[in-house]
Design a protein around this ligand. Structure first.
Ligand SMILES: Cc1cc2nc3c(=O)[nH]c(=O)nc-3n(C[C@H](O)[C@H](O)[C@H](O)COP(=O)(O)OP(=O)(O)OC[C@H]3O[C@@H](n4cnc5c(N)ncnc54)[C@H](O)[C@@H]3O)c2cc1C
Length: 393
């Protein structure tokens, strides 16, 4: 089979996949078990992704990025998740939620100040949309920003923020793209703006590092607190009141790359299932000779391939812009994340007791897959969005 296909549409994509695969095998895989077990974020490893151009993968070259398209972002997330989805989530929070959003929506001056260091890894950051009392109902956010001379004053709390802190002591990351309410339109709906809040802004603190997560344990999740936090006016991203559109557009590439992470998880689980079912014997036969085990293998493979085609077709449609038809960015996440969890579940079943312990990897993949049905939009949110778009078009 040619190496040029919908999954690697050009030589450049093919080289990218080989490079990320090699990085994953040599650098990500060896640390995955320990960092997940200890709930530690490998920030140095994340920074080293800057050296191979992954942190600014979708950022134009003039700002220090790699200037690649949506398919490239999907390739990077698929490959990194093969070994450590938790680490990949930290990568996604930086490169897609912060950097891609900032690159598309911030003004030239602000980009000239920060974007290059975001691409090299000198600036590691996050995006804060969710709050303790507002997740799916994002317009219910209560964090407010009020203009005060040359500053905005931000007050509120953000919850579940990946890369919100760098370590167990709660050291803040270099900066966070924060959404806040800055007004109300004539229909009484909140108007959102977004700001780059850097770690030195007075009034910004890390509330807590959230511990004991089910999965994605090699990424840090934090609560962030803003108490009359003073942010220079120049850190406003785009125009005041425009950020609901920024958010909706960036959610598309976020959901697509979360779906891509599901592909890495599923492929790893299929590989582990195949290996084990050839090696392990029961009743004097390798496991793969049993019909019920064949069902796990065959259905996992076919479901993975179906999701993979949908993810890459959607990436192709989104092209260099990173946006397309919202039904499909919701759609790929709806099907691929559940597929990954089901495939990981099959893998645990095929490995029997060994599948239930960390040494065989698949139980971690199952725990990590579960987050993908919640973060970046719950399954129910995707169902609602797709149905509404289908019926209202
Ligand atoms: C590990 C982790 C990392 C995260 N990283 C980030 C991050 O970096 N930045 C960030 O901003 N957020 C982040 N999040 C937050 C994540 O996006 C939210 O958890 C998610 O959007 C769901 O919001 P919620 O938890 O408030 O649940 P809720 O919105 O309260 O939902 C609870 C349940 O109600 C259902 N529900 C809600 N509304 C409806 C409806 N209209 N119809 C039917 N069912 C409904 C939901 O589907 C869900 O089943 C992260 C979360 C986790 C767990």
């Amino acid at each position: 089979m040619s190496s040029i296909n919908i999954y690697t549409p050009t030589e450049e994509h093919s080289m990218l996949r080989d490079m990320v695969k090699d990085f994953t095998k040599t650098k990500v895989e060896p640390q995955a078990h320990d960092y997940n077990k200890e709930e530690k974020f490998n920030v140095e490893l994340l920074k080293s992704l800057g050296e191979i151009g992954l942190l600014g993968i979708t950022v134009p070259e003039e700002y220090g990025g790699s200037g690649m398209d949506t398919t490239a972002a999907v390739i990077a997330h698929e490959e990194l998740s093969y070994s450590d989805p938790g680490f990949c989530l930290a990568y996604l929070a930086h490169s897609m939620l912060l950097v891609n959003n900032f690159s598309v929506n911030a003004g030239k001056e602000l980009k000239e100040k920060h974007l290059e260091s975001m691409c090299t890894g000198d600036f590691v950051g996050a995006m804060a949309m969710s709050e303790p009392d507002a997740g799916t109902d994002v317009l219910g956010m209560t964090t407010k920003a009020v203009k005060d001379g040359d500053f905005y004053s931000i007050t509120g709390r953000k919850m579940w923020i990946t890369n919100g802190c760098l370590d167990d002591k709660g050291t803040a990351s270099d900066g966070v793209l924060v959404y806040a309410v800055t007004g109300e339109n004539e229909k009484g709906r909140p108007e959102l703006s977004s700001f780059l809040v850097t770690k030195d802004c007075p009034g910004f603190t890390v509330g807590q590092k959230i511990m004991d997560k089910l999965g994605m344990r090699s990424s840090n999740t934090a609560e962030l607190v803003f108490e009359n936090c003073k942010v220079p006016k120049s850190n406003l991203i785009g125009e005041e009141g425009d950020s609901l559109i920024h958010m909706m557009k960036n959610l598309e590439i976020e959901r697509l790359t979360l779906a891509a992470m599901s592909l890495g998880i599923a492929r790893r689980c299929i590989d582990e299932m195949v290996k084990y079912s050839k090696e392990r014997e029961a009743f004097k036969k390798p496991l793969y000779k049993f019909g019920q085990i064949q069902k796990h293998l065959a259905e996992s493979y076919a479901k993975y391939q179906a999701s993979r085609a949908y993810v890459y077709q959607t990436a192709f449609n989104m092209g260099a812009e990173g946006t397309g038809d919202r039904k499909d960015s919701d759609g790929v996440k709806l099907v691929a994340t559940t597929m990954a969890k089901e495939v990981a579940d099959s893998a645990i079943q095929v490995l029997g007791g060994y599948g239930y312990v960390a040494e065989y990897h698949v139980e971690r993949m199952w725990r990590d897959a579960k987050l993908l049905e919640i973060g970046g939009g719950t399954l129910e949110a995707h169902q609602k969005n797709i149905a509404m778009d289908l019926c209202n078009s």
